[in-house]
Write a new protein. Structure first.
Length: 452
């Protein structure tokens, strides 16, 4: 039983606060209506604020041309320090880009180069020896062959014959030496058969190049002495490989250092700007840009100020301000309180609605509950009463039935009531109090008439 009673009390409390809660739920709609209704005021506010702040911005922008000697020295020193930071930042960024390129190229070499895949303790060597005889200039012939191996188009033979291998790196595993009239060629590889195949390709290339050498040095004889294949160890290979890996490590260390310098310089610059920027430096930006910023801020402020005023008006006041505002609370409203351009009351639409309601409820009389004693409220009530009585509907009226026993008795007797409120004078709590009285005595409330 106690729980049931508690529920009834809560239900009554919810009903008591119904109008106030609905009114607050429609704040945004009301504010939007005000913005539309007073758009000219908002536009004027935006224009005035933009003009005022635009003048202030122009004044600040103009200061850069009229600095005192001391202000100019401070501005110059500030700019010089910023330029120094910018130079350090630019250098660090340039070093980072260069180092990244070196790291990329070196990493690619380490991953792909045949030389980096060699096992220094298990090298597969393939060698060939050639003897040059019958040449007018044996040294010149041998030099031509060496140049062919080092710089010539033997690469074409590699690509044609060994396309599936890393032909770009074959020259690194190829070496040669000259002893008298003997040319020694050696290929080092981690795979014996691949080493043989590369050596055979080199031999084909040399044989094909002989006619080109003879055009310069005349005829000669090139005799292949022997080819050998064997396994060996060479610590120099390990040293070269480690040198490449160490270089990559050093580049990565340098990259981390450059990135640290870049972050430090950017942080130092930001801190310096925050703590040391002279007041006059704001005006050192292009004058037009500064003026535009101030004008834009003024326009924004011009919109925000009226919006804040509208919002505060609803937050700090509980007055009923307009017919449209009351409609937002889901309260039926009869248009009997408007005035045309000649000041004549426009009660016809509302009276027609009241007639239809009276017919629907078979009501012979209604009560107009006047929440205000304003002259316009009383005059409108008289006009409504006169119009309805012409249709055979008796109309009684009175003010503030919650405080007037006679008015309350009359309202109870007539069973149906319409609230008549004065916009800007009556409040939502007043309306809520009248509605509670009507619910208490079972009086049907058809709606409200709002007098502007």
């Amino acid at each position: 039983m106690q729980g049931r009673g508690s529920f009834k009390e809560k239900k009554k409390e919810w009903e008591r606060r119904g109008i106030e809660m609905k009114q607050k739920n429609y704040y945004f709609k009301c504010i939007a209506d005000d913005c539309i209704h007073y758009w000219k005021i908002i536009a004027l506010s935006a224009a005035v604020c933009a003009m005022i702040l635009g003048i202030l911005g122009y004044g600040r922008a103009d200061r850069v041309n009229h600095l005192t000697e001391r202000e100019q020295e401070a501005a110059d020193a500030y700019k010089e320090q910023l330029a120094a930071y910018d130079k350090q930042i630019e250098e660090a960024q340039g070093n980072i880009e260069i180092t990244l390129g070196e790291i990329e190229n070196l990493q690619k070499y380490i991953d792909e180069a045949l030389y980096m895949k060699l096992d220094a303790l298990n090298l597969q060597a393939a060698t060939a020896q050639y003897a040059v005889t019958g040449a007018a200039d044996t040294g010149g012939v041998l030099n031509s062959m060496v140049n062919y191996l080092a710089y010539g188009n033997i690469q074409e033979y590699f690509e044609a014959e060994l396309g599936g291998l890393e032909t770009e790196y074959i020259r690194e595993i190829l070496s040669w030496s000259v002893n008298g009239n003997i040319l020694n060629i050696t290929v080092l590889h981690y795979d014996k058969e691949q080493g043989k195949k590369i050596l055979e390709t080199v031999q084909k290339g040399i044989s094909a190049h002989v006619p080109e050498i003879e055009k310069i040095y005349g005829e000669f004889s090139l005799q292949q002495l022997k080819s050998t294949f064997y396994r060996k160890a060479d610590n120099d290979v390990t040293n070269v490989q480690n040198g490449k890996l160490d270089a990559l490590k050093n580049y990565n260390i340098a990259l981390a250092d450059y990135k640290g310098r870049l972050a430090s310089n950017k942080s130092s610059k930001a801190e310096y700007m925050e703590n040391n920027q002279p007041e006059v430096m704001e005006a050192s930006a292009p004058g037009k840009i500064l003026v535009v910023k101030y004008v834009a801020f003024g326009i924004i402020a011009g919109f925000v100020i009226p919006l804040a005023a509208f919002t505060l008006r609803y937050l700090l006041s509980d007055r009923i301000r307009s017919e449209k505002e009351l409609i937002h609370t889901d309260m039926p409203v009869f248009s009997c309180g408007s005035r045309n351009e000649d000041g004549i009351s426009g009660t016809v639409p509302g009276i027609m609605e009241l007639k239809l309601l009276a017919k629907k409820h078979h009501a012979e009389s209604i009560y107009l509950n006047l929440l205000s004693e304003n002259e316009a409220v009383i005059k409108t009530a008289d006009e409504v009463a006169k119009a309805l009585e012409g249709e055979g509907i008796f109309v009684a009226s009175g003010t503030a039935s919650i405080k007037n026993d006679a008015s309350l008795e009359s309202m109870v007797k007539n069973k149906y009531t319409v609230m008549v409120v004065k916009a800007g004078e009556n409040t939502y709590p007043q309306l809520a109090g009248q509605l509670r009285i009507c619910r208490k005595f079972g009086i049907s409330v058809w709606g409200c008439i709002v007098i502007g």
